[in-house]
Design a protein around this ligand. Sequence first.
Ligand code: SF4
Length: 348
Amino acid sequence: MRKKTRVIRVGNKLIGGANPITIQSMTNTITKDTEATINQIKILENAGCDIIRMAISDNEDARAIKIIKENINIPIIADIQYDYRLALESIKFGVDGLRINPGNIGSLDKVKKIVDACKAKGISIRIGVNSGSIKKDYLEKYSGVNEDSMVESALEQIKLLEELDFRDIKISLKASNVQLSIKSYKKMSEIRNYPLHLGITEAGPGMKGTIKSSVGIGALLAMGIGDTIRVSLTDDPVEEIRVGKEILRSLGLLKGGLELISCPTCGRTKIDLINIVKEAEKKLEDINKNIKVAIMGCPVNGPGEAKEADIGIAGGNGEGLIFSKGKIIKKVKEEDLLNELVKEIEKI
Ligand code: SF4
């Protein structure tokens, strides 16, 4: 059961409640280099990114939002660290959401200026607590970095906005420690109903980052916690989207798209299954059909084990069977297997 959270808006995307869980990423271009930034966002959009965040470090970055927005279709969140004027400039140039900690902004008067501008334009704010930036007071009160000091830090930020009667908020409680992240998000989810932005911070590169993110984000989503996700990888942001989509798909939270399943190979495998699957991944990447494709190493277990697949391959000795819903359609030579599979998928 998904935890019921408030619904907030980021541009044309609704976050929280029963709305689909959105996937976010962040550009790593210089924001004011509008050509590079627009190109990267377009690639991310095509990969399935729902919302994009960009670092806004100066006025030129803020002004660039207008041009960038005119060339892309997904909402933009401005990531601002300390300067409230950059938040106001970003709002002026059409940003859809802010990532800012009111506690870093300074006087209440400055926070109020941001809140008033957000209210006027229906813009939401993400408040984010990071395990590396918890206040000394909370570290002392709760004996170090743990879910209590994380949540208390976030509550302080929330209170600042609630006192200004602003509740279009989503919250992140990111730590690079997976257990700490899970405990912190779980605790926050029990005491407040603001939508949660899930992520494991500084997860690292490639496989390591993918596993940490999948375990942390996946465990929370499986408990019904989380409304939007960002996989943080030291890699091309497109990888973050791919991993994010697979996390959602593996939990049945992403509808549509092609799901590829394949066996791990064993002593019965008599075709070059590993390379066939690698090739298939590339060939099927752009096929946007709501189907399950199975690539299995042998006919003994192949069609049977992947009975529910819409279409699949079961390898033989130098040849293979193409099957659909567990029924054999035809026998094909090994070198033609992949092309025949693609042809059959195109017919669906
Ligand atoms: Fe082995 Fe066949 Fe199972 Fe693949 S499907 S792991 S080849 S038994």
